[in-house]
Design a protein around this ligand. Sequence first.
Ligand code: NBP
Length: 477
Amino acid sequence: ATAQIGVTGLAVMGRNLARNFARHGYTVALHNRTPSRTHALIEEFGHEGNFVATERPEEFVAALERPRRLMIMVKAGDPTDTVIEEFAPLLEPGDMIIDGGNAHFADTRRRERALRERGVHFVGTGVSGGEEGALHGPSIMPGGSAESYASLGPLLEAISAKVDGEPCCTHIGPDGAGHFVKMVHNGIEYADMQLIGEAYDLLRQVGGYHPPQIAEIFRRWNTGRLDSYLIEITAEVLAHTDAATGAPFVDVVQDRAEQKGTGRWTVQIALDLGVPVSAIAQAVFARSSSGHTDLRAAYRDLPGAGARPLSAHEAETFTAHVEQALYASKIIAYDQGWKMIMDGSAEYDWDIDPGAVAAIWRGGCIIRAAFLDRIRAAYAADPGLVSLLSDREFGQEIGGAQQSWREVVATAARHGIPVPAFSTALAYYDSLRAERLPAALTQAQRDFFGAHTYRRTDREGSFHTRWAEHDRPEVSA
Ligand code: NBP
């Protein structure tokens, strides 16, 4: 047994993670259901480091030094269970199975429990950064026991992205914590992408700019507080011309966004936890409504706003407002994501460090951004922060942006341009800021039709009004 780590599942992600481990000097045992993938890896990349190619599960397990570190990179869902069932009987107490696939955290909790009974550590691990990240340094979010992290952490930290010399990998918390945090990462990613899409749409349809000009605007924004991977690639996409037609590339792509499910999971779980992740939810809904071809055909000829496009001078001012609106909405989306992480952490006793999550998302992952350093700093200053907006700097920034934000949402409505994420983020801001909410009326209605009771502003206790009686007497409930 010579390999410090083994990877089974050698499609794009597994292959690149295996190469990343090897490039960092680790001996890597390789396994794949279909052996041709294993041999292809050795043929193409065998020179990159020390690999032990294996075909049978027994051979694979025997190649691993003890305690064994066996990483699964297969398609999430049933294949993961199949592979666990295949290998678990071959393992011994103290060994570790690392699942780096996009598993649902509830599955991870179930698998962890089952394997713990056999003395095997199950480490559900979020891996972000796609194919390139897997090879050059992803952001890694391992869950599982602290004991397993002590043995595994150094390897994962070695292959992770680095920012200012710090690894983008930390022990997130027990059982499903890593996959939960990865799920919320993807939810935030959905919201961020939707917000950027709305900014682009406004600049184009209201501002009258062409895609290459918008690419320039995004490039400029990328030198400021919006500096991020997503803004950077947006500029690349918008500057790209389609070779076949000579049209802006963005115009030849069908306007229907697909999804693999982690955004949807985020919203489903948020509903269960009662966390209002409205910006993430709007992003998921925006993708699904874009795909409703029949509905879009039914609505297509309905009247719109018909507002005139802006003059060049107005467009310049508007662009500055859009930058403010984008930044403010982004703060809200991330604030909602962090709230979800902290509520999940409380619900499942994970004790997640919110600042550490910001730190490991600064590099390697899709939402990597300068902004995350700010979030980290905010939690460093006050680990008990209820909201990012309780941080003085974020509070000041959003205060400075809010007039522009309102201007943008109002302009969008006047022009008939949909900005679901911008407007829901602003509504969230205004809801939580409000001195009084119409929730009072909602509660009164509930009492009227369902005797659901209400609390008074002036006295303790629960009350019910007998609405059906002539003089509507109030009784203590
Ligand atoms: P895929 O998700 O396409 O899975 C292909 C791999 O799963 C192959 O190695 C295949 O083996 C194996 N497999 C399947 Br399918 N069913 C199996 C079974 N019943 N038993 C054993 N092996 C089975 O690969 P991927 O795109 O590299 O992603 C791997 C994991 O990483 C997924 O969970 C994915 O969600 C996650 N992830 C992907 C990305 C990304 O950007 N692609 C990013 C982060 C995380 P075969 O060769 O024999 O068919």
